[in-house]
Design a protein around this ligand. Sequence first.
Ligand code: SF4
Length: 703
Amino acid sequence: GRRAAPPAKEVASVCPYCGVGCQVGFRVRDGAIKEVVGRDGPSNQNRLCVKGRFGFDYIRHPDRLTVPLIRVEGAAKDPADCLDPRRARAKFREATWEEALDRAAAGLARVRDTLGPDALAGFGSAKGSNEEAYLFQKLVRTGFGTNNVDHCTRLCHAASVAALLEGIGSGAVTAPFMAAKDAEVIVVIGARPAENHPVAATFLKDAAARGAKLVTMDPRGSALDRHAAEVVRFAPGRDVPLLNAMLNVVVGEGLYDRQYVAAHTEDFELIRDHVAAYAPEDMAPLCGVPADQIRRVARMFARARTAMILWGMGISQSTHGTDNTRCLIALSLLCGQVGRPGTGLHPLRGQNNVQGASDAGLIPMMFPDYRHTDDDAARGHLERLWGAKLDPKPGLTVVEIMGAAERGELRGMYVMGENPAMSDPDVNHARAALARLDHLVVQDLFLTETAALADVVLPASAWPEKDGTVTNTNRQVQMGRAAVPLPGEARQDLEIIQELARRLGLPWSYAGPREVFAEMAQATHSLANITWDRLEREGSVTYPCAAPDAPGDEIVFGDAFPTENGRARFVPAGVTDPAEMPDAEYPFVLSTGRQLEHWHTGTMTRRAGALDALEPGPTASLSPSELARLGLEPGQRLRLATRRGAIELAARADPTVPDGQVFVPFAFREAAANLLTNPQLDPWGKIPEFKYCAVRVEPLGQA
Ligand code: SF4
């Protein structure tokens, strides 16, 4: 008869996809992950979504890089190689680690020593561990000698963080999404958690089932709508007039919390006077929402004993993303909805470790813990800790770095686990900029679109192969553990960063992530009382944490805000148009984003069998009535063109998409949505307008 397979070993770790940070158990047999189960983590309580359950076979995909690669002498860097992995691969040869690391470091050192530190830049990753993020930014700041270090937070919540730091003195959430269980009213705006934070969405649905009033606000409909007490569908790009109209109602009808405003805020007069000009009746035509609904929702929020606001990229990925967030902060402060159970401001963080990577200092204008590079005290502290001189001048952001590379001012880059050749707006320019570099080092799992333009490619470690900590959207620092061995000659990212550092003259010898964590905790005040041992024991600890045996504060700022005088600030926001409005030539509005099954640029999920089977190719979602008007059947091909580029893909009928709009996911290389997007930046957050540009739709006929 058949012999029963030996029992699988279960390794406790965390899901590497979204910022919810579900705790998983990797069930391992014969060095391979056979199954993934949800564990009882604080943010998932045994629940997992389709990515966390079925999204791991990418780590053994045949495309996985297992040997270092060096560009063949004389092989030209051609942006077209980004689209043709086979042609890209033919331009590389295999190398030993010694040769690859020597070559990688020598090229970076050459740029630094001939053109100066600011001719270099590094992109770290929100998919790696805190320890990797910390060491990466330390390498760029002390080995390269520049603050030109950033990561994809610039493309997701930079606007939210800018407004939160300005308004309340902290860029992280004031309460976890589980606080929704105590909320009377839950506002979800510019977010599609059922697709992008699926397990968080289940907790919001639970809250609604128990009687909380859910308000969903978005240009597009979503799966949460059928659980909602109010569904507010507004015109894309019109967040500020809509939210200012709500503020107008709260102030005008005297619904604000006078005591809270007097005790905890400043500049109330500014917002009071500003929003007087935004009567709902005047704003209704602009934002496409009836005035009586604006009044109803504003009153519902203001009169609730407890209310919280959760938001996503719909708020932040806009040239007025910081203004959008300022309005949400003002609404929350006016109504005293911060710092108590069931209240809070919660930007739903996208990547598994975007909170941690930001805390660890992968930000060009800030050191670890959001201390500004020009803050003399912060710089002095780090110079002593790191034994190195630091530059007070803020560095360039993601899109600015690409611009400098395109102009030939920036000549060398080190990219760890990011894919700007897919993720940047107006990506033709990013690809041209990367191809123009004198020296590009890419450290990744696959020959990504970015790696296709590299000089040296270093094969890295996947999340289930490494030990390390990550910090989720709820400020929960969690322990990830290696479940399976590295394939071939692939190495730990932490080791690769150190090998490069040593070759750039830094005498580093961290024994492993535990040692890096200990140093990071000295540089990062928010990690006080959280140690590696504790995380090994407890799996998850929330920061800030007041004592070595305290559980950590889930809900913060009940007494005071971390600002100079302890008060939060109101910052009024004016109405501006999106940077590119539709016109006769480009009559539709394009919005880009994720799908439930696919993660960002698709590097991992398109190589995960189950996820790829569910969503195998690129689609453009339009309303059924627009498809009918265009004479298109679902599945037929169409061409989308903007002033920057064009792609061809299949039409999908999606009743959640309003007339006049098109939605395209950005995971698909063969129809890269970012060939179309507008690189125009929000002036404060420096985030591009991924959620709005003008596009033309041309039917191509039968597939
Ligand atoms: Fe992973 Fe997010 Fe899904 Fe949880 S909700 S399983 S963290 S992708």
